[in-house]
Design a protein around this ligand. Sequence first.
Ligand code: 13P
Length: 250
Amino acid sequence: MRQSFIAGNWKMHKTPAEAVALAEELKKGLSDCKHKLLIAPSFTALDAVSKVVKGSNILLGAQNMATVEEGAHTGETSVLMLKAIGVDVVILGHSERRHVYGETDEMINTKVKLALEHGFEVILCVGETLEEREAGNAEKVVKTQTESGLKDVTEAQLEKVTIAYEPVWAIGTGKTATPEDADQIHKVTRDTVKNLYSDAAAEKMIIQYGGSVKPNNAAQLMSMENIDGALVGGASLKADLFLPIAEYDK
Ligand code: 13P
C-alpha cells in the first residue's frame, strides 16, 4: 500500500506573517493526520514557516530551485540556501515554471538531480496543456516529461521522488480531470516508471493529482487505484479548505 501524500503549493501568496498563521493552524488541525503532508510557502516565508513545522508531521517544501549551487544568477535561489533553512522537499517542473517561465525538460532534469544529490525529496510535476490534450497527445506528453525529468536518476534515488500529474487546463480553472481520466494518465506515468526502472519501483511510486482539488472532489480522486495524493493550489491557502482535503477519508 502506498501512503497518501497531500501537499499544499501556496504559489505566490502570503506574507511571512500570514504564512506563519496558516502553518500554525494546519499544524494544530493535522497533528493526528495519518497521511504524508507538505506545505510549500513562497521563498520569503520559508524560513519563518520552517520554525513552525519543525518537529511536526508537516514537511516543508520549496516551489523551485536554481539549476546550479551558486554563482551570478540574479533572482535565483540555491539548493544550499534551501538546505540551510530546513527545507525537506523541492517542487520542480511545475507547469507555471514550464509555461510562464520557459523551463525546459533539460533544466528540470538538472534541478531534479541536484536536489536529489543534496538529499532533498523532489516532487516532479508533469502535465499536458489543453491543446496537447485535444490533439490526443496527453499520454505522450506526460510520458516524455516523466522520462526527461528522471533521466540519469538512479533507482535508489527514486525513493525520494514523487510525481505530480497536473493537467495544465485544470490548474486554477475549477475544471478537474474526471477521476477516470486522471487515473488513466497516472497509470501511463506508473507504466513509464516501470519501463525505466522496475515493477517494484513503479508499485512504490507516489503519484499525486493536482488541478482544482477541493474538499468536495478529493475523496473521489483519492479512491482511484493510481492516485496516491494531491498537490493542491488554491484550496491550500485556507485552513478550512485544506484540512478536509488532507483528511479526505475521515
Ligand atoms: P489549483 O489547485 O489552484 O488548481 O492549483 C493546482 C496546482 O498548480 C498545484 O501545484
